[in-house]
Design a binder for this molecule. Structure first.
Ligand SMILES: [Zn+2]
Length: 591
């Protein structure tokens, strides 16, 4: 059965055509090697010796669930990703070009590569990338959806939901979705009104040219399998880790209802033993069209008990820090923040990579009711090769005088306080709106910018309170500078890199940084005041909730001067060759 399906796909697929030369749409072996030669390989191999037999069984089930979520992630990025993956796997063995392209597919999670000069282009004969990825009708622009929402505002919540795809109201689409609903009655039950809505569109009682389809139905058959696997994982650890099992069962149901409230509450406030897992769709970075839709991921983690205890000790009084921020609105923040240090076992979908930490959930009403969980990824944060890379780049930027300030505890504490920074600052606009929609599409960028600045702003207070020492303060400050160094010009849709570039330019404008004859020069005496000034601006923009004002601030500071920034970037690239990172997991035995 399986073989027959694959053969059918291969004959139907243009990828099978000859793969020589540029005209076919395949990158040549030389092109692929250009990128692969600049790729740092990171090996993830945590010690799982402390896990019980039940926990190990749960790990296997969660890995199987992760593989399915990974496939859904690939599909959500590009409509030809899954077929391309099958063809590459079938053709890869023994053919060096196809093997190299297979590695690119793994590295970039799909058929679109990032080039050395940070452009995105297909390396296989597939359609070029689209900002809306495959969670909107392929190639659509904002205008027709904006027009529909303007005319029918009651459709906005579904059309701009974090967990629906937008579909064109064609008879073929609607019929397929109705048939799928028939096959999965549980999804029908969990989405009251969905069937009627599809029928209205089908019968012409509603003329909306687009409709919203829940993720659970869009990927129904895989989602049903994930539901089963999460429940089996829960069975395996129910006796020893009741809270984690309860969370898994809750999350399994969440995935079928596309409402994560139950699972989020169980996740944030549960008291777990050794394992933890981020499961589902949370982050909207991949939605280049509206910045609202979230993408699938699964991170499987094992707790580092010693480091977790040390981190929790270093936190101190959160409310005092909140009260010290340069903002108008007074706000009570949570005193108990669930922070843990973990070793990554495996990452799937959007979470795959060298991300150093997460704080979730993002949905404002869940955050308000339940708080957020902070997961620091210890074996990424303290990976010796990755630290050596960033230390080398830092030394090339600031020169020998300042190079030794950059120490491993710098990124560790900066990351901790970046994540806690998401708990602090402005919760809503002064007139009570959620920040993301108010600042769309700049909401993520400002939230990350705020957290970066908070992590640097609080450092001097942590020193005064004796929670950190002088050398850690210097290391945090060095990590703050290291963070803003760019080796390629960011694309505007790269929220993190863009807000890092903005910090660099603000630091330059305020004399914290300056371009010296050879290196970037640093004036530590201006550090705190400069960070405070930028943080005050960012908090004010968040309070005002005016997207035009946010955009003007981005335009003002996300400036790239090909001479000054470009030359520095070139020097940093010369200092360290790695522009890409490919993560391999022992638990998956990936290539
Ligand atoms: Zn963040």
């Amino acid at each position: 059965m399986r073989l027959a399906v694959i053969l059918l796909l291969i004959t139907a697929c243009p990828l099978l055509q000859a793969a020589d030369g540029p005209s076919t749409g395949y990158w040549s072996l030389a092109q692929a090697r250009e990128v692969l030669d600049k790729t740092r390989h990171v090996y993830i191999d945590p010690n799982l010796g402390g896990l019980t037999a039940g926990e190990r069984a749960a790990v296997d089930k969660l890995i199987a669930a992760g593989q399915l979520l990974h496939e859904m992630y690939l599909d959500s990025l590009h409509p030809e990703a899954l077929s391309a993956d099958r063809v590459l796997s079938a053709r890869g063995r023994g053919d060096p070009q196809m093997e190299a392209l297979g590695q690119l597919f793994y590295l970039f999670r799909g058929p679109i590569a990032t080039t050395l000069d940070n452009r995105r282009e297909p390396f296989l004969p597939v359609a070029p990338p689209e900002p809306g990825r495959n969670v909107y009708p392929w190639g659509i622009e904002r205008a027709p959806l904006d027009a529909l929402i303007e005319r029918r505002p009651e459709l906005a919540p579904a059309l701009m939901s974090v967990r629906t795809v937008v579909r064109e109201s064609s008879a073929a689409n609607i019929d397929a979705d109705l048939a799928n609903l028939d096959r999965h009655p549980v999804i029908d039950v969990l989405h009251p009104g969905l069937r009627q809505r599809l029928l209205d569109l089908r019968n012409g009682d509603d003329d909306a040219p687009f409709y919203a389809l829940p993720y659970s139905l869009r990927w129904a058959s895989r989602m049903m399998q994930v539901y089963g696997l999460l429940n089996e994982a829960a069975d395996a650890i129910a006796a020893s880790d009741a809270d984690f099992a309860a969370y898994l069962r809750q999350r399994a149901r969440d995935l079928l209802s596309d409402n994560y409230e139950g699972g989020d509450a169980a996740w944030i406030n549960g008291d777990f033993r050794n394992l933890n897992a981020q499961i589902g769709s949370y982050e909207s970075y991949d939605d280049g069209l509206f910045g609202v839709r979230t993408f699938f991921s699964l991170s499987l983690l094992v707790r580092d008990a010693e480091r977790t205890a040390a981190m929790q000790q270093a936190i101190g009084s959160i409310q005092a820090l909140q009260d010290s921020l340069p903002q108008r609105d007074e706000r009570q923040v949570r005193s108990r923040i669930p922070v843990g240090v973990y070793e990554v076992i495996a990452d799937f979908g959007q979470a795959r990579g060298t991300n150093t930490a997460s704080i979730l959930p993002n949905e404002a009403d869940h955050t308000r009711k339940y708080g957020r969980i902070i997961l620091l990824r210890g074996n990424i944060l303290t990976n010796p090769e990755l630290f050596a890379d960033s230390a080398q780049i830092y030394a090339a930027a600031v020169g020998p005088e300042f190079a030794s300030d950059y120490q491993p505890e710098g990124p560790l504490y900066r990351t901790l306080w970046h994540e806690i920074g998401h708990y602090l600052g402005v919760a809503r606009t002064l007139d009570g709106r959620d920040l993301g929609p108010a600042l769309s599409p700049w909401g993520d960028l400002f939230e990350e910018l705020k957290s970066d600045l908070v992590s640097l702003f609080v450092a001097s207070q942590l020193l005064e309170q004796g929670l950190i020492g002088e050398t850690t303060l210097e290391a945090i400050y060095a990590a703050g500078i290291s963070r803003v160094l760019q080796r390629v010009k960011p694309r505007r849709e790269q929220a993190y890199q863009t807000m890092q570039l903005m910090q660099m330019n603000f630091f330059l404008q305020h004399g914290l940084l300056s371009f010296g004859p050879e290196y970037l020069e640093l004036d530590y005496a201006r550090y705190h005041d400069t960070v405070t000034a930028m943080l005050a601006e960012v908090l004010r923009i968040q309070e005002n909730g005016n997207a035009a004002e946010a955009e003007a601030f981005v335009e003002r500071y996300a400036v790239w001067d090909s001479k000054r920034h470009g030359r520095l970037a070139q020097r940093l690239r010369d200092a360290n060759p790695y522009q890409f990172r490919m993560v391999h997991y022992r638990a998956l035995e990936t290539p």
